[in-house]
Design a binder for this molecule. Structure first.
Ligand SMILES: Cc1ncc(C[n+]2csc(CCOP(=O)(O)OP(=O)(O)O)c2C)c(N)n1
Length: 624
């Protein structure tokens, strides 16, 4: 395909763009995925492939959710219809997938840093090829991107940063930088003023041509450009600023890229694109089509709306909670939709802060709000909260401030794969002093935990998965949790106990049903609290003389909930054995949640197999 692009004239390139869009829409309508952003970068991808020599020159797609056209047009056209399926093409750039994926992305803000590093490595090898970082107007607002730009004047030679400005994050853009970027009008005014002055100069008598006055006028126009466009900001960082240009005009893109590719100074090319470009429904509602489940191409409607999720429940519940507690405030890092804060934002706009794609700032901002006497709730996906680890430790926990973390998409998320699984939060939160760590098994319990968190004056984390729990949804009369206790859900007849945490409690119950048919009757305990661990669990183990516990968690096994129990059994010198079912020491792939839970051996069948694999003595307590 790259060959076809290299040899194509403009008409042919436009045809390729159309074919690419069509195939992209067809595939995403079946597989789900990040459609709107990828539709916006079709022309840019074609222009990059036309002008640069890949794989010598390298491209890094920030976040990577806009790289579908790139995947198709480099080397993955034939199997693109396996997008986001088990064993199929990943929804994000992935080094192991293709020689054209130079850097794996998924979390935003990395492309400039990684690009500078990659370019520096090339410089050391006297390689003068280009590194091109494509970053959105959302991702460029993240602290990491700003830190990287602060180093552009030192390491940025032969790098090109393309700012793909579609005036949107997932939902509306926020922050001062967005306002800078939207100086489009000034940019247009600048272009027409420049044209007028050019024409005026050309009409001056020849005697003036080459004259100092004309020269001064030219220079003044050029330097005033950066005052009228966002250029001044980037020039301050050491970039040569080019643009803004139309990111859907292949001819203009190719011409501009050809111009700047010979410039060894760092260049920032500012392009304007439209999210959802070329597919009516995505153009009309780019927010819905940012990340979409399989849909009907003709109507744009989602095919099988899933059952209401933890997130949807939270969206309904939070406005009610906020009505009762006037000191509550909520923070999102550019994800009011994904985290379920959107209804709250509509109901109490002044009490919801969307701080942009900046998880670290979101957490420290929350600690400031808490120190000032408010009660903040920070809603961030598990995987993105990793970005704010030190902010949690140093700014919240060390100061023992009452901040509640609402951690969505905890566990295996499914089709988005390795970059988006939320597998580490239990491990990285339970080791932090002052932090309480909880996981609800259903939506109603999540609300109970949130209420409980308000009774504490220290940090609290509540983690819940993508999708739904047991489906208990009525919550008009919520009974808040009173103590840090779990819940014995099932009395067993044998000496074995299955301990679930959050959603895996549901699998533990299913497993117990199946085991009953095998004449094995386990206890089932819902841990609820990873930290502090329920004292009651150890009392139950002693009281019922439990020989073996099987713990199951939707998170990394190392340092997780099972690990915590094992540490405690050992400290207490208890002889009960413990088998930990959790994610092994590897990055889990993409596929459906169901497939992945099976592969990672945390589903009901795996629990059954584990129990059946135990020695009789461990199940019955009887010596052989
Ligand atoms: C660190 C991090 N936080 C949050 C996200 C979730 N996220 C994915 S795309 C996106 C918005 C990106 O906006 P922009 O860079 O403008 O790209 P666009 O989708 O508009 O093309 C967000 C917040 C992420 N991928 N990484």
């Amino acid at each position: 395909m790259i060959e076809r692009i290299k040899n194509a004239d403009l008409k042919e390139l436009e045809k390729i763009a159309e074919e690419t869009r069509q195939k992209m829409v067809e595939t995403v309508s079946k597989r789900g995925g990040h459609l709107a952003s990828s539709l916006g970068t079709v022309e840019l991808t074609i222009a990059i492939l036309k002008v640069f020599n890949l794989p010598q020159d390298k491209v890094i797609w920030d976040v990577g959710h806009q790289s579908y056209a790139y995947k198709m047009l480099t080397d993955r056209s034939e199997n693109f219809d396996t997008l986001r399926t088990l064993g199929g093409i990943s929804g994000f750039p992935k080094i192991s997938e293709s020689q054209f994926d130079f850097f794996g992305t998924g979390h935003g803000g990395t492309s400039i840093s990684a690009g500078l590093g990659m370019r520096e490595a090339m410089r050391m090898k006297s390689d003068r090829s280009k590194v091109i970082s494509v970053i959105g107007d959302g991702a460029i607002t993240s602290g990491l991107a700003l830190e990287a730009m602060n180093n552009v004047d030192r390491f940025g030679r032969n790098t090109i940063t393309i700012l793909n400005d579609n005036d949107m994050f997932i939902s509306t853009s926020v922050g001062a930088l967005s306002k800078w970027f939207s100086r489009k009008l000034s940019g247009q005014k600048y272009s027409s003023a420049r044209e007028e002055i050019k024409q005026l100069i050309s009409k001056l008598p020849p005697i003036f041509h080459g004259d100092k006055i004309v020269d001064i006028i030219r220079k003044t126009i050029n330097s005033s450009k950066s005052l009228l466009t966002p250029g001044i900001l980037f020039e301050g960082f050491g970039y040569q600023y080019v643009g803004p240009i139309d990111g859907h005009n292949i001819e203009e893109l190719i011409e501009t890229l050809n111009d700047i590719k010979h410039n060894s100074e760092p260049v920032l090319l500012h392009i304007h694109t439209m999210k959802g470009k070329g597919y009516k429904f995505a153009e009309e509602n780019p927010r819905k089509f940012h990340g979409i489940a399989p849909f009907d191409i003709k109507t744009g409607e989602i095919k099988n709306p899933s059952s209401p999720s933890f997130t949807a429940y939270l969206a309904d519940y939070l406005p009610r909670l906020f009505r009762r507690h006037s000191n509550l405030v909520a923070i999102t890092a550019a994800m009011p939709d994904g985290t379920g804060l959107w209804k709250l934002q509509e109901t109490f706009p002044s009490r919801v802060y969307d701080v942009g794609m900046s998880e670290g700032h979101a957490v420290t901002f929350a600690s400031g709000l808490a120190a000032g006497g408010l009660r903040p709730m920070v809603a961030i996906y598990s995987t993105f909260l990793q970005r704010a680890f030190d902010n949690i430790v140093h700014d919240v926990a060390l100061q023992n401030l009452p901040v509640t973390f609402l951690i969505d998409r905890a566990g295996l998320v499914g089709e988005d794969g390795a970059t988006h699984h939320g597998l580490f939060d239990i491990a990285y939160l339970r080791m932090i002093p002052n932090m309480t760590v909880m996981a609800p098994r259903d939506e109603c319990e999540m609300a109970r935990m949130i209420e409980f968190s308000l009774s504490l004056s220290s940090p609290v984390s509540i983690r819940y998965p993508r999708g739904c729990g047991l489906g208990k949804r009525s919550s008009n009369r919520l009974v808040p949790l009173k103590t840090c206790n779990g819940e014995l859900l099932r009395n067993g007849k044998n000496k074995i106990m299955i301990v679930g945490i959050g959603i895996t409690t549901v699998f533990a119950l299913e497993a117990a049903e199946k085991l009953e048919k095998e004449r094995i009757s386990p206890f089932v305990y819902d841990l609820k609290f990873v930290k502090p661990l329920p004292e009651e669990l150890f009392e139950l183990i002693e009281r019922h003389k439990i020989k073996h516990i099987v713990t199951v968690e939707d998170g990394i096994a190392a340092g997780g909930a099972g690990s915590a129990i094992l540490e405690n059994l050992s400290t207490r010198k208890m002889e009960t054995k413990c088998t930990i079912l959790g994610i092994k020491d590897s990055f889990s792939t993409h596929g459906t949640q169901k497939e992945l839970r099976r592969i990672e051996r945390i589903d009901a069948e795996s629990i059954v197999k584990t129990v059946l694999g135990l020695k009789d003595a461990e199940i019955t307590g009887k010596k052989n």
